[in-house]
Write a protein that binds this ligand. Structure first.
Ligand SMILES: C[S@@+](CC[C@H](N)C(=O)[O-])C[C@H]1O[C@@H](n2cnc3c(N)ncnc32)[C@H](O)[C@@H]1O
Length: 763
C-alpha cells in the first residue's frame, strides 16, 4: 500500500501559528496531528522559512558593492561560510518529535545549478547546512529542489554527491517533473529521433542541444554522477499534465521512485465536480503504485474543486490503486505475483540440481505449483492416447524428485486406459527415500520400478517409449536438461518420445536501477557476471516490437536458441553417449530497437517448452497467460551487465550471447553494442555492422550495412494456434535498411564471464 502525505506550504504553517487553540502544540505538530486525523501518514513541510531566504540572499546574492555596509556583509558571509548555522527563527522545526512523521523540503530557491560559480558555491554550503540540520533532527529522508538548468545538471549532481558523502543514513530524494512537454512528443511512443527531427540549424540559431535533455535524462545524469547511491531516490512531480499514453513514462518504473508529488492542480473536475485525474495520469498512477511510493498531495485544502473536500483526492488515488492490474494481481491468491510477494527484485542463485542434492522443502515448494503438474499430466495423457502401437507402453520419469511426476504419469495412464509401466530414476539419495516410501505405500511393483542413480550412466532394464523429465531452468537449458537428456536418451527406443520435446530461451534488454544495485551490493566482481533467478518488478523492458529506423530489428523479446529431444543427429559412443558436449553449445546475435532513451542494466531471460503437441510451459511474458497461466515454478532470469550502458532514443542494440561448455561445466558469455541511426550524408566512411537479423540461421554475418536484408520475424509457437508477436514493419522499413540511413556504433559493453570465470553450471 502506498503511504499518503499532506504538503503544508509556508503559508499554511504561518496560518497555523496564528491559531489561538494551539496550546502545547507547535504549528508543525498541529499540522501533523491534523494530517493524521485526515487520514495521512505524514506531512511534507519546507524546512526553512522566508527569514533564512532573506539572510542567505543578502549574504550570497545581493551585490555588496551596492551596499554601504559592504564590508560588514562580506565579513558576515565569510563567517557563515566558515560555520554555517541557522538562527532559530529561520527554520520551521527544531524538535525531534516535530520531525517524526515529517518529510522536510529543502529550500527550493537554492540555486544549486545556476551558471554563477559563486552563487552555486554558496548554495551548496546552504544545502549541506539544511541537510545536516534535518539529519540532526533524525529526518529519514529530505526532498531536494528540482534541477532547473540543464547546462549545469552536472554541478547540481556533484553537490548532491558531496552531501551523500557527508550526511550519513539520510535518503535524499530529488524532485523531478515527470516530463517536460517540450521534450516529449505527444502520442504513443517516443522522443524525436536523430534521423526524423532535423538537427537545429546554426544559421537560424537553433536550440542548444542541452534543451533536448528530457527530465529522465537529467535524473540519469544525476544518479550516474552519484554512483547509483542507494540513498538517492526520486520524488516524481506529476504537476505537468501527462500524455494519454506514452511509453516514455515507463522509464520511471525502473527507477527508485520513493515519492509522487501530486498537486490538486493536476486534478480535473468530473461531471459532478469531484477531483479526478486525466486518463494519462490515471494509467501512470495505476502502474507506479506497484512500487509503493509515498503520495504527497499538495494544495488539497485550497478548495480547488467544488465537491468532495480535502479527503476526495486521497480517496480517488486509493481507488486507482485498487484498480491497478499489478496491485490486483498481487492481491489475488494463486497468481505468480501473489506467490512472489516479498521476493520482488530479490536475486537468487539458480538451482544446480545436477551438482547439488535438493532439500525436501525445495521440492515441496515446487510441488505447490498447480499448473506445471497439470500440464505434464495432460501431455502424458495425450502422448498415451495418441500412442500408435497397441499393447503396453513403457514410461520413464528421469529425475523423479519426490515423485509428483510419477503420480501424474499414473493418473494419465488411468485416464488413457492404456496398459503401461513406469520407471522412476533419481540420483538424489535423500529424495530416493521419499520415493521408496511412496512406492511402498501408493504405487507398488506392478506399476512402478525405482532406479537410483545418474540418468547419464545408469542402466535401465529395458528401453522405454516415453521419457518424461523436468530439468528445466528459467532459461530452459540453464539447469543442464540438454546434457542430462543426452544420457537418458540411451534408454529411449528409436521411435520413442521425450516430454518435453523442445524448449526455447528468450531475452529482452532491461533497465532497473534496483537490480543493478543489488548485483553490486556484495562487492564481489563475480556477482556482476552471474545470471540470477528474479521475480522482476521495478524494471522496464527497453525494446519494442518495431523494426527500428534500420528496419532490421527483431521483436521486443527475442528467441536465442532451442533444444529438441530426442536429438536426431547424434554421433554416439558404444555406450550410446555423445563423444563431446559440443552439440550443446549455442550462440545468438540479436538486434533490438530501443524507442526511448534508457539505461541498459542487463537482460531478462525467459523460456518456453513444448511438452507434447499443443501442451507446454511458458514464462514468456506475452504467452504465459495462454500456455501456462498462474504457473509458479519459474521466475525469469536476470543476466546482468557490469556497467550500465546508456542507449539514446531510437538506437539499436545488438546483443551477443553464447552457451559454452567444456568437460566439467557449461556457462554463458555475453556482451552488447549500441548503434545510432544517422543520415548517411553525415557519415564519411562505410559503417560496418554484423548482421541484424534476429536468429535467422541464414543470416549473413559481417556484411556492410547498406543494404542489409532484414528477416521479418514471425514468432510462431506450436503451442498457440496462430503466430504470435508478428513483427510489423512500417512500410518504409519493409525489406532493407531505410534509404539514406546509416548506423553509427556508439558504445559497447565488456565481454561478460569469459571462460565461465564468474559463473558456471557443473556437469
Ligand atoms: C527440478 S527437479 C524435478 C523433480 C520432480 N520431477 C518434479 O517435477 O517435482 C529435478 C530432479 O532431477 C534430479 N536430477 C537432476 N539431474 C539428474 C541426473 N543426471 N540423474 C538423475 N536425476 C537427476 C534432481 O535430483 C531432481 O530431483
Amino acid at each position: 500500500m502506498p503511504a499518503f502525505s499532506s504538503h503544508y506550504a509556508l503559508e499554511d504553517i504561518v496560518e497555523l501559528s496564528q491559531r489561538d487553540d494551539l496550546g502545547e502544540d507547535t504549528p508543525v505538530l498541529r499540522a501533523t496531528s491534523d494530517a493524521r486525523t485526515a487520514g495521512y501518514d505524514a506531512v511534507c513541510v519546507p524546512l526553512t522559512n522566508e527569514k533564512w531566504k532573506a539572510r542567505w540572499t543578502e549574504l550570497c546574492i545581493l551585490d555588496p558593492e551596492e551596499s554601504p555596509d559592504k564590508l560588514v556583509i562580506e565579513q558576515r558571509a565569510e563567517a557563515w561560510r566558515s560555520k554555517p548555522a541557522f538562527f532559530r527563527d529561520e527554520v520551521t522545526i527544531s524538535r525531534l518529535e516535530e520531525a517524526e512523521n515529517l518529510i522536510p523540503l529543502i529550500s527550493d530557491w537554492l540555486e544549486l545549478d545556476t551558471s554563477d560559480d559563486w552563487v552555486r558555491h554558496d548554495a551548496e554550503i546552504a544545502l549541506q547546512q539544511e541537510l545536516a540540520f534535518a539529519s540532526y533532527l533524525n529526518a529519514q529522508c529530505a526532498i531536494l529542489p528540482p534541477p532547473s538548468n540543464r547546462t549545469q545538471v552536472g554541478s547540481y549532481a556533484r553537490a548532491i554527491n558531496a552531501c551523500l558523502a557527508s550526511i550519513p543514513y539520510m535518503e535524499l530524494s530529488v524532485r523531478i517533473p515527470i516530463y517536460d512537454p517540450a521534450t516529449v512528443l505527444p502520442g504513443p511512443s517516443r522522443s524525436p529521433s536523430p534521423v526524423e527531427s532535423a538537427p537545429p540549424s546554426s544559421a537560424t540559431g537553433g536550440t542548444p542541444p542541452e534543451s533536448n535533455m528530457t527530465t529522465w535524462e537529467m535524473w540519469d545524469t544525476i544518479r550516474t554522477i552519484c554512483g547509483y547511491n542507494p540513498r538517492l531516490t526520486l520524488a516524481l512531480d506529476l504537476t505537468p499534465p501527462l500524455p494519454l499514453s506514452s511509453s516514455v513514462l515507463d522509464q520511471w518504473l525502473a527507477e527508485p521512485v520513493r515519492h509522487i508529488w501530486l498537486p490538486a492542480s493536476a486534478f480535473i473536475a468530473n461531471a459532478k465536480g469531484y477531483p479526478v485525474l486525466t486518463k494519462g495520469s490515471q494509467s501512470f498512477i495505476r502502474d507506479i503504485v506497484k512500487l509503493q511510493p509515498n503520495i504527497i498531495l499538495s494544495g488539497t485544502r485550497a478548495k480547488k474543486h467544488t465537491r468532495g473536500g480535502e479527503p476526495a483526492y486521497a480517496q480517488y488515488v486509493r481507488h486507482l490503486e485498487k484498480t491497478s492490474p499489478a496491485v490486483k494481481a498481487a492481491q489475488t491468491a494463486g497468481t505468480v505475483e501473489n506467490f512472489a510477494l516479498g521476493y520482488q527484485d530479490y536475486l537468487q542463485a539458480p538451482l544446480q540440481p545436477l551438482m547439488d542434492n535438493l532439500q525436501s522443502i525445495t521440492y515441496q515448494t515446487f510441488e505447490q505449483d498447480p499448473v506445471k503438474y497439470r500440464n505434464y499430466e495432460e501431455a502424458i495423457f495425450f502422448a498415451l492416447s495418441e500412442w500408435p502401437t497397441p499393447g503396453k507402453v513403457t514410461l520413464c520419469v528421469a529425475g523423479a524428485g519426490r515423485g509428483p511426476l510419477v503420480a501424474r504419469a499414473l493418473k494419465a495412464i488411468e485416464r488413457s486406459k492404456r496398459e503401461a509401466f513406469v520407471y522412476a530414476v533419481e540420483k538424489n539419495p535423500n529424495a530416493y527415500v521419499t520415493l521408496q516410501e511412496r512406492h511402498r505405500e501408493e504405487w507398488g511393483d506392478a506399476k512402478v520400478k525405482l532406479l537410483f542413480g545418474d540418468m547419464r550412466t545408469l542402466e535401465v532394464p529395458e528401453k522405454v517409449d516415453i521419457l518424461i523429465s523436468e530439468l528445466l531452468g528459467s532459461f530452459g537449458d540453464n539447469e543442464l536438461s540438454p546434457e542430462c537428456l543426452d544420457g537418458a536418451s540411451r534408454f529411449l527406443k528409436p521411435d520413442g518420445i521425450s516430454i518435453p520435446s523442445s524448449y526455447t530461451a528468450y531475452i529482452a534488454p532491461l533497465s532497473s536501477s534496483k537490480l543493478y544495485n543489488e548485483t553490486r551490493a556484495t562487492k564481489d566482481p563475480k556477482s556482476l557476471e552471474t545470471p540470477y533467478v528474479v521475480m522482476l518488478h521495478a524494471i522496464n523492458i527497453l525494446s519494442d516490437n518495431g523494426g527500428g529506423i534500420s528496419g532490421t530489428c527483431g521483436p521486443q523479446i527475442q528467441e536465442c536458441w532451442d533444444f529438441e529431444h530426442p536429438r536426431k543427429d547424434a554421433a554416439l559412443t558404444e555406450q550410446g553417449l555423445p563423444l563431446t558436449n559440443s552439440h550443446n553449445t549455442r550462440s545468438a546475435k540479436l538486434t533490438f530497437h530501443i524507442p526511448n532513451a534508457g539505461v541498459l542494466h542487463g537482460f531478462a531471460g525467459y523460456f518456453e517448452a513444448v511438452l507434447y503437441g499443443h501442451v507446454g510451459l511458458s514464462i514468456h511474458p506475452d504467452r504465459m497467460a495462454q500456455i501456462s497461466k498462474d504457473m509458479l515454478s519459474w521466475f525469469p532470469l536476470f543476466i546482468p551487465l557490469k556497467d550500465p550502458l546508456y542507449l539514446p532514443a531510437d538506437s539499436e542494440l545488438t546483443v551477443s550471447l553464447w552457451r559454452l561448455t567444456d568437460v566439467r561445466k557449461v556457462w554463458y558469455e555475453w556482451y552488447a553494442e549500441a548503434f545510432l541511426p544517422v543520415p548517411s550524408s553525415s557519415v564519411h566512411s562505410p559503417i560496418w555492422r554484423d548482421t541484424l537479423s534476429p536468429m535467422s540461421p541464414s543470416a549473413e554475418h559481417g556484411s556492410f550495412l547498406s543494404p542489409v536484408v532484414s528477416t521479418p520475424t514471425f514468432v510462431s509457437s506450436p503451442l498457440l494456434d496462430v503466430p504470435q508477436l508478428t513483427l510489423e514493419l512500417p512500410p518504409q522499413h519493409s525489406d532493407k535498411t531505410r534509404e539514406g540511413v546509416s548506423l553509427v556504433k556508439i558504445s559497447q559493453t565488456a565481454l561478460h564471464n569469459p571462460g565461465g570465470q564468474s559463473s558456471w553450471i557443473g556437469l
